[in-house]
Design a binder for this molecule. Sequence first.
Ligand code: NDP
Length: 295
Amino acid sequence: MTDTTSRNTFSLLGLGDMGTALTRTWLTAGHSPTVWNRTPAKAEALAAGGAVAAPSAAEAVAAHPLVVVCLLDDASVGSVLEGVDLTGKDLVNLTTSTPADARARAAWAEERGARYVDGGIMATPTMIGVPEAGGYVFYSGSRAALDTHRAVLEVPAGVRFVGEDPGHAALHDVALLSAMYGLFAGISHAYALTEGEDIAPKDLAPLLSEWLGAMGFFVGNTAERLTSRDFTTGVVSSLAMQVAASGTLLRTAAEQGVDAGLISPYLDLMRRRLESDPAAHGGEDTAGAVLLLKR
Ligand code: NDP
């Protein structure tokens, strides 16, 4: 397989906000990717900056061994690449998908003679090409294909390989995003509680940030307990205490006229863990509640 450290040896399909940001970064770094987009005007705009606009997806794929795809969703990937010859290609698919979608797409690509790498982008378009912003991409699938093209892929954002299972980039991506939305839910609830009181959001903000930072220990603590299956040693805030205290959280929400719908599922999970065996679980912390989530 051709090494892609030279300047014009790859193609990109999809020039939405993300594909455009990727292309601009590659152009700034001196690459001249071949690009294609369903709406041609976006490719023409980038051609003025040094990209090579291909008239069709098939021609963009035919142009180079490395084909990067950044489309809306897996269905659009399927429709754009339908009937396109992928023999001998390295397909790097940065389109957000589920792990099952990614595994199916990997098998689909391999049946067509391509090596497949899936990517989960942990960045917004404004973070692309800005190393200090901390954005990166999870990759999984063919390590050999990733290693062949690492120099090109490292230009727009950091490369983090998370294994040969093509579903694992998507799984890491969704795990982090899901945790983020849980955090957003708690923050939203906190602001709703104080809304309309003589507590300015800007005054609550640093307190919230500080508290959430202090609670960051829970990430590593839970990992250790899930690994050891020891949910009790060294517990400082017992599940029994936390379940009792959760009534205060719910009553405060009611007093403040706030819908507790964002936090009550987690409080309920703690209660169910405790009630399933109070003697066994009362002295745990909340890490064991994870086990109740798995269906
Ligand atoms: P946009 O909505 O800006 O762009 C979507 C792209 O997909 C466009 O190029 C669009 O073409 C193309 N497209 C959509 N449907 C079809 C179709 N049926 N056939 C052909 N092309 C199609 O999305 P983004 O660029 O922001 O996102 C691209 C991927 O990156 C997504 O999977 C997204 O989840 C992921 N991502 C985005 C982030 C972000 O903050 N933007 C962050 C992390 C990941 P056209 O221009 O013709 O409409």
